[in-house]
Design a protein around this ligand. Structure first.
Ligand SMILES: [Zn+2]
Ligand SMILES: [Zn+2]
Length: 312
């Protein structure tokens, strides 16, 4: 069969368009990996473009409470790629519990990402902790004590005192995420910076809470998670080893192509170390270099399957 001029031109175009990175396989290539902190994107294609670009097989999507249809659309167009979704809504509104309950009834398997300007021990979040237990789904919380911009504000504040909540809601499965959760990996943290750097002082409350409370898990996503695991290479292997059954991979990456293209990190100026990079790739590479293949599989696949009711 002879090749037509048109086919030949297409082949040339494909070769020219093939990116350089396609030539070296990712260290995690071929593995089943679920990104448990994948925010719903505008179109089914945009969701899959990030997964494919970063070499990730599956997503657990974080979306608004009314997203059942959008999730169904991705599932029908790309069968098998979406293993579940968590739903969120403004928890300061009186109808929050009703909307979230409805989302769970329509298929959501968790509450999150819960990120609002309230106290971690305040009434709005307490209602959500109780609701998560009642619905028997996990709740993913964004803890942040230091604003990234003058107008951003703070979220779920008071993580230092979170032990009281973990004790008060033993039937709630908490997934900790974001700046304050990860900054408190070091015992010397006092809410000075969003993303502290340098050596970690052992005995941080995040490390302790993960050891002491069976109902707390950690989401490895975002610059916060990557920064905490990058800042002290001597500390990281022990931490991942200790909590190998309680940490769950996610990216929280906002790049377009799984290679750092587009606007990575939603223009967060304090996370500039990640600009032009894909957080998913950075964290997968870090985990791959740091832990055994068995632990890598727990962090990127098995723990999520055990803790979330994942299904395609
Ligand atoms: Zn977040
Ligand atoms: Zn990315």
């Amino acid at each position: 069969m002879s090749i037509t001029r048109r086919q030949f031109a297409q082949t040339l175009a494909a070769v020219a368009a093939a990116p350089l990175h396609a030539q070296t396989p990712d260290p995690w290539a071929g593995a089943s990996i679920v990104d448990c902190h994948h925010h719903l994107r505008r179109t089914p294609e945009a969701n899959i473009a990030h997964l494919d670009g970063a070499g990730i097989s599956n997503a657990m999507i974080l979306a608004r409470a009314d997203s059942a249809e959008a999730i169904a659309a991705i599932r029908s167009k790309y069968p098998g790629r979406v293993l579940g979704w968590f739903s969120s809504t403004d928890i300061t509104k009186p109808e929050a519990a009703e909307l979230l309950t409805k989302a769970v009834k329509s298929g959501a398997i968790g509450l999150g990402e819960i990120k609002f300007h309230v106290e971690a021990a305040g009434p709005e979040l307490r209602r959500m902790y109780a609701l998560a237990a009642e619905l028997n789904v996990p709740i993913l919380i964004h803890f942040q004590e230091v604003p990234h911009t003058p107008t951003e504000g703070v979220f779920s504040t008071g993580f230092k005192n979170f032990a009281a909540i973990l004790k008060a809601y033993p039937k709630t499965k908490f997934i900790g995420h974001a700046d304050a959760f990860w900054a408190n990996i070091s015992a010397d943290y006092n809410n000075e910076a969003a993303y502290p750097t340098g050596k970690i002082k052992p005995g941080g409350i995040t490390d302790k809470f993960l050891s002491d409370y069976p109902n707390l898990y950690g989401d490895l996503a975002a610059n916060s998670g990557n920064n905490a695991l990058s800042r002290d290479p001597e500390f990281t292997p022990g931490f991942l080893q200790r909590h190998q059954d309680k940490l769950i991979f996610g990216s929280d990456c906002s790049c377009a192509d799984g290679h750092g293209g587009g606007i990575s990190q939603n223009n967060n100026p304090t996370a500039s170390r990640m600009s032009g990079r894909c957080v998913a790739r950075e964290t997968l590479g870090l985990l791959k270099r740091t832990v055994s293949p068995e632990v890598f599989r727990k962090l990127t696949w098995e723990n999520a399957h055990k803790q979330y009711a994942l299904k395609a």
